[in-house]
Design a protein around this ligand. Structure first.
Ligand SMILES: O=C(O)CCC(=O)C(=O)O
Length: 252
């Protein structure tokens, strides 16, 4: 790993931080943003206009630049600067492997154009699901505030969810997780609604060797606090109409 600016530690390529225990492909960078950058993004999230938040039963979320309608992004304006920098510029600066382009080089817009911001207080999760066909099959998740486990599942032959876990990925604050290929299309991901992640060990956590602070979890336990995630994706279809709707479609 090349030492970057203070507290950021970017690998020379994604291949150098591949989670090798998993099917193709997932990558984990523990020190993707600094503590100051984390604080600045959290401040922007927390001070966003109230109307930006959508309240679900147990969780709230923001979508930037807008929701999808029929799998189409209506607002084609670029992401605001605080979501673009440093995260997108840093993702695009890392080659897949030596001499290769970045992970969005084959995507329609060559970069993520959409961000979901999910807030998970302790005891909050998200049901196992697949992200579906609206997006180029690359998801980049930046975690802020607290650690938690992302669970990976498969469907049984009859299509029902196999409750047996395939693997768990521990996501630390300020980390970047990228999932793509089979992991995107064949596996479901979800977060258990618990206040403590238990049984954490080298054997149960796929990215244990890539963690910033495995010693924090040496007792096998992660006590959750509120964790906020930013998930960056490239929405395949972008409406040309969105920007012509004028004041009716004014961004908050
Ligand atoms: O917050 C996360 O890490 C997962 C979010 C998620 O599953 C999704 O946006 O589809």
């Amino acid at each position: 790993m090349n030492p970057g600016p203070a507290q950021v530690n970017l690998p020379p390529s994604l291949e150098a931080c591949r989670i090798t225990a998993l099917p193709p492909a997932a990558y984990y960078i523990a020190d993707f943003i600094t503590e100051e950058e984390e604080e600045a993004i959290l401040h922007k999230v927390e001070t966003a206009p109230k109307a930006r938040w959508r309240q679900l039963t147990h969780r709230r979320l923001q979508t930037w630049p807008s929701d999808l309608v029929k799998d189409t992004l209506l607002d084609a304006r670029p992401l605001p600067d605080w979501l673009e920098n440093p995260v997108v510029s840093r993702i695009l600066s890392i080659p897949l492997s030596d001499g290769e382009p970045n992970i969005f080089a084959g995507s329609p817009h060559l970069r993520p154009n959409h961000v979901l911001i999910n807030e998970y207080p302790p005891n909050t999760g998200i049901m196992p699901h697949k992200d579906g066909g609206a997006y180029y099959p690359v998801v980049c998740t930046v975690s802020l505030g607290s650690s938690l486990c992302l669970n990976l599942h498969k469907n049984k032959e009859d299509g029902a969810l196999d409750p047996e876990l395939v693997w768990r990925i521990l996501q630390e604050p300020r980390s970047l997780l990228i999932t793509t290929a089979d992991l995107y299309s064949e596996y479901l991901h979800g977060i258990e609604p618990v206040s403590v992640d238990v049984n954490l060990s080298e054997r149960s956590i796929a990215n244990w060797n890539l963690l910033r602070s495995p010693s924090l979890y040496k007792d096998g336990v992660n006590q959750r606090e509120t964790r906020t995630s930013l998930t960056y994706r490239d929405v395949l279809k972008v409406s040309k109409l969105g920007n012509k709707l004028g004041p009716m479609f004014k961004r908050l």
